[in-house]
Design a protein around this ligand. Structure first.
Ligand code: UDP
Ligand code: MG
Length: 340
C-alpha cells in the first residue's frame, strides 16, 4: 500500500510571495464586479446596460461580472441567465434561498478572480461610472477604495438613522469605520483573499474591511435614487444589520452592564445605610420588617447586576475568541526567501 502523505498541505497557507518567482507573462489586469441581486427584475437589465456601457469606455482591463442571485422570488434569475448567455464576462451564482445581502457579497468574493474586486448594489443607487473612479484610485496604489456618499436620495428617516448610527458606531469601537459608506468599494486581490478568511456568520462586511488596515482611501459620489422597485432593506433588516455591526465590533454594551452594576451596588449600599439609620434613629415611623426587606432587596439587586457584568465580560471574551478572526494580516514579506 503506498504510504500516505501526511505532511500538512502548505500551499493554502503560504502567501503568494513565498512561492518561487517564475517568468511572469505580461497580462492585462482583470477587474471583477460582485453584484448582489434580490428581486430586482425591473431594474437589473438597465443596470447591466449602464455598467457595460461604462466598462466599454475602459478597454484597458478585462472584466468579470459576478451576479449573486440571493433567492429572488421574481424573474431576476431568468434575466441574469439571459445576460450570461449573451455575455461571456457574466457569471451567476444562484442561492438556494435568500441568505441576505452580506452573505451574497461574501459568496461573490469567494467566486471573483479579479486583481481588483468591486462590490456594488444592482439598483443603480451606486452609479456604475463611479466604479471606474475606484479603479483609478486602485491603479494609483490604494488597496481598499471606499465610495463615500456625498449625498443620498433616501427618505429623511433612513438618512437620519444612518447618519446617527455611523456616528454612534464609530464612537463605541476602536475600528475606524469610515462615515457614510455602504458596501460600495473596491478591494485589491490581496485584501479580498484575506477578507475571505473571515467566516463569522453575522457579518458586517464594511466594518470588517475597515478593521483590516492596508492602504485605504475614499472616492466621494452622489447617491442616486433607486431606479426601480423598492428597498430590500426594510426596517427589520436594517435593525439587524445595525445590531450585527455594533456587536461584532464592540463589547461596549456588555461593559455597560458592569458599569451599571457598580452604580446600582453603590446606590443600594446607600439605601441599606438609610434603612438602618431609620430603624435606629426613627423607630417610631419605621414599619416592622421594612428594614430587613430593604436590605435584602437592595443587596441582591446590586450584587446581581455586578455579577451579570462580570459574566458579560467573560462572554465578551468567549465571543471574540469564537469569532476566530485572523490575528493579523500580512501585506508583503520582504527579504530572505520572500524577496523578489
Ligand atoms: N440585496 C440582497 N439580498 C437581500 C437584500 C438586498 O442581495 O436580502 C441586494 C439588493 O438587490 C441590492 C443591494 O443588496 O442590490 C442593496 O439593497 P437595497 O438597495 O434594497 O438597500 P438600500 O440601498 O435601500 O439600503
Ligand atoms: Mg439600494
Amino acid at each position: 500500500m503506498p504510504q500516505q502523505d501526511i505532511r500538512p498541505r502548505i500551499p493554502d497557507v503560504v502567501p503568494a510571495e513565498l512561492t518561487p518567482p517564475g517568468p511572469e507573462p505580461v497580462r492585462r489586469s482583470l477587474v471583477s464586479y460582485v453584484l448582489p441581486v434580490y428581486n430586482e427584475e425591473d431594474g437589473i437589465k438597465a443596470f447591466h446596460t449602464e455598467l457595460t456601457t461604462a466598462l466599454d469606455e475602459r478597454p484597458e482591463s478585462d472584466y468579470e461580472l459576478v451576479y449573486v442571485n440571493d433567492g429572488s422570488g421574481d424573474g431576476s434569475l431568468a434575466i441574469l441567465k439571459d445576460l450570461a448567455k449573451n455575455d461571456e464576462r457574466v457569471r451567476v451564482v444562484d442561492f438556494a434561498r435568500n441568505f441576505g445581502h452580506q452573505i451574497a457579497i461574501t459568496a461573490g468574493l469567494d467566486v471573483a478572480r479579479g486583481d481588483a474586486v468591486i462590490v456594488m448594489d444592482t439598483d443603480l443607487q451606486d452609479p456604475p461610472r463611479v466604479s471606474l473612479e475606484l479603479v483609478d484610485a486602485w491603479r494609483e496604489g490604494a488597496e481598499i477604495v471606499h465610495a463615500r456618499r456625498r449625498s443620498r436620495q433616501d427618505t429623511a428617516f433612513k438618512r437620519a438613522t444612518a447618519h446617527l448610527y455611523y456616528r454612534v458606531l464609530r464612537s463605541s469601537t476602536d475600528v475606524d469605520i469610515p462615515l457614510d459608506t455602504g458596501d460600495f468599494r473596491l478591494l485589491d486581490r490581496r485584501v479580498a483573499d484575506e477578507l475571505r478568511k473571515y467566516r463569522e456568520r453575522s457579518r458586517f462586511v464594511r466594518g470588517i474591511v475597515a478593521s483590516m488596515g492596508y492602504r485605504q482611501t475614499e472616492v466621494a459620489f452622489d447617491r442616486d435614487e433607486r431606479f426601480a422597485g423598492e428597498t430590500k432593506y426594510p426596517l427589520r433588516k436594517m435593525a439587524r444589520l445595525a445590531i450585527d455591526g455594533m456587536t461584532s465590533f464592540s463589547t461596549a454594551p456588555l461593559k455597560m452592564i458592569t458599569r451599571l452594576g457598580f452604580v446600582v451596588l453603590v446606590l443600594s449600599l446607600l439605601g441599606i445605610l438609610y434603612a438602618l439609620a431609620m430603624k435606629f434613629f426613627r423607630p417610631d415611623i419605621t414599619v416592622s420588617g421594612w428594614t430587613m426587606m430593604m436590605c435584602v432587596v437592595l443587596f441582591l439587586g446590586g450584587t446581581q447586576m455586578l455579577s451579570l457584568g462580570v459574566i458579560g465580560a467573560y462572554i465578551g471574551r468567549i465571543y471574540s475568541e469564537a469569532q476566530g478572526r485572523p490575528l493579523y494580516l500580512v501585506r508583503d514579506v520582504i527579504g530572505g526567501d520572500g524577496d523578489r
